[in-house]
Design a protein around this ligand. Structure first.
Ligand code: SAM
Length: 465
């Protein structure tokens, strides 16, 4: 690749002789030429700028000087196609995919470094008309530098390190931020294991490669969700697996194809209408097909009415977690856009609390909470929201009732999907019970999760609104 950089401060580019860039230049992988724009001036003062047409502060760089310089370097390179990169704060923000495209497809790159108020607009406009030149007005970010030199170095370095043969181990480029996964890279650590009281996360010293890989993926997802939500919304659906989606849902994102924001909150006393409405709407979706409608209606009236939820909400030993979704917007979400998508009801309680059914008492023991309800609208199945809702509910439970070390539940023994879901989230079968829906007996499997053996994941913690 040949690179020509034109600037009124050519000495700025001495840095290109350093480190890997210097090596690439001396090995011939890269041909860089740095030019002084003033060499194309014709007056004694070597003038490159004039006052802006129309008045105003500052000076503008003259198109005639720039034109001569660019024409000459293009002619000298003799390439079939040239990319003319013009750094400017009003350019398109530079991205990894752009520099990858440059590294893979460009034979000749010219960087025109502006100063003062920038280069006369007609320079870019003129070369845009030339089919052998591609004009790339690019910005380093939403801030203003004194000149294009820093931006030129950034562009050249980001592009050149992707050239084949530039870095010793090309694998080191694959996992980087903005690369294949579209996520920010996970944090890196090295010895010593303890430095100024700060530890390397133990998993990285465990030698368990699978665990390390899982931890790094979680960190990448959480970091990107926290710092660069814009990248999360741009993720292609096929780069995410279910466990990724659960993490992102817990952090507030249902990326493509769902494209919804998520929030979790504890229902407040008085929210009987909201709770009863979502519970009554979702209960029939989860019932066995052969359960008569009257039995379902009867259960809703007895157990899921506003009066029933008043009793649940008035009891401080109950936790009701609501999951709400709203479409992603550019402009911020108003409060009316949030819709309830699901909920959990956990019966916890004072020390010594025992869940109501005798079988559950035996399976769970004294330090056990009871996941009485866990329902999500079927339209979100597959989005990761169910797993997020469950783990976030566990996190709320631990925060509010830290003495409880277990949680148990009962679910219809025919409901294979639910059984698989709970097994995946650390629940282990430990008994059976009979569960009445409108007077009709249903056989349930009882399962328990022990938080000491299967901890609440870090991504589900600190989610509370
Ligand atoms: N008046 C210009 C504006 O407000 O858009 C700013 C001119 S700036 C002081 C001078 C030069 O610095 C620009 O022509 C450009 O080459 C470079 N520059 C400044 N900020 C930049 C950024 N964020 N990205 C790329 N180049 C930048």
């Amino acid at each position: 690749m040949r690179i020509d950089i034109i600037s009124i401060f050519p000495q700025f580019f001495d840095c290109l002789d350093v480190s890997l860039m210097g090596k690439a230049r001396s090995s011939g992988l890269l041909q860089t030429h740095v030019w002084d724009l003033r060499d194309w001036t014709q007056d004694v003062h070597r003038t490159v700028d004039r006052a802006p047409a129309g008045g105003g502060a500052g000076m503008v760089m003259k198109p005639d000087v720039w034109g001569k310089a660019i024409d000459q370097v293009i002619e000298q390179a003799g390439a079939a196609k040239t990319v003319l990169a013009i750094p400017t704060p009003s350019g398109i923000p530079l991205t990894q995919s752009q520099v990858r495209d440059l590294a893979e497809n460009t034979e000749h790159l010219v960087v025109a470094c502006g100063r003062y108020e920038g280069i006369d607009q007609r320079v870019g406009q003129y070369y845009q008309q030339n089919t052998e030149v591609q004009v790339l007005p690019f910005s380093l970010g939403d801030y203003v530098l004194n000149g294009g030199e820093v931006a030129a170095v950034a562009l050249v370095e980001a592009t050149c390190r992707l050239l084949e043969g530039f870095v010793g181990n090309p694998n080191s480029l694959v996992e980087e931020s903005y690369e294949l996964s579209g996520l920010l890279e996970y944090p890196a650590y090295t010895q010593p294991a303890t430095w100024r009281g700060l530890e390397i996360p133990p998993v990285l010293l465990s030698g368990d490669h699978q665990k390390v890989k899982k931890w790094r993926r979680q960190q990448s997802l959480m970091l990107t969700a926290e710092r660069r939500p814009d990248l999360i919304w741009k993720l292609a659906p096929d780069v995410l697996v279910k466990s990724d989606r659960e993490i992102l849902a817990a952090r507030g994102f249902l990326p493509a194809p769902y494209r919804q924001q998520v929030r979790f909150r504890r229902a407040q006393p008085g929210e009987t209408v909201t709770c009863s409405a979502i519970a009554s709407r979702l209960f029939p979706q989860a019932c066995p097909k052969d359960l008569p409608e009257e039995a379902i209606a009867c259960f809703i009236e007895d157990e899921l009415s506003e009066a029933a939820f008043k009793a649940y909400l008035d009891d401080p030993n109950n936790l009701i977690i609501l999951v709400e979704v709203a479409p992603v917007t550019q402009t911020g979400t108003d409060d009316t856009a949030w819709e309830t998508a699901g909920y959990t009801l956990i019966e916890a309680g004072a020390p010594g609390f025992l869940p109501p059914e005798e079988n559950l008492m035996q399976s769970g023991g004294k330090n056990c909470a009871y996941l009485s309800k866990c329902y999500l609208d079927a339209c979100w199945h597959g989005s990761g929201l169910a797993g997020a809702m469950l783990e976030v509910s566990h996190a709320y439970l631990q925060e509010s009732f830290p003495h409880l070390t277990k949680i148990c539940l009962g679910t219809n023994r025919e409901n294979r999907q639910a059984l698989k879901f709970y097994r995946h989230h650390g629940y282990r079968k430990c008994g059976r019970r009979t569960f009445l829906v409108g007077g009709i007996e249903n056989l349930d499997v009882i399962a328990v999760r022990d938080f000491t053996a299967c901890q609440v994941p870090s991504w589900a913690q600190n989610v509370a609104q």
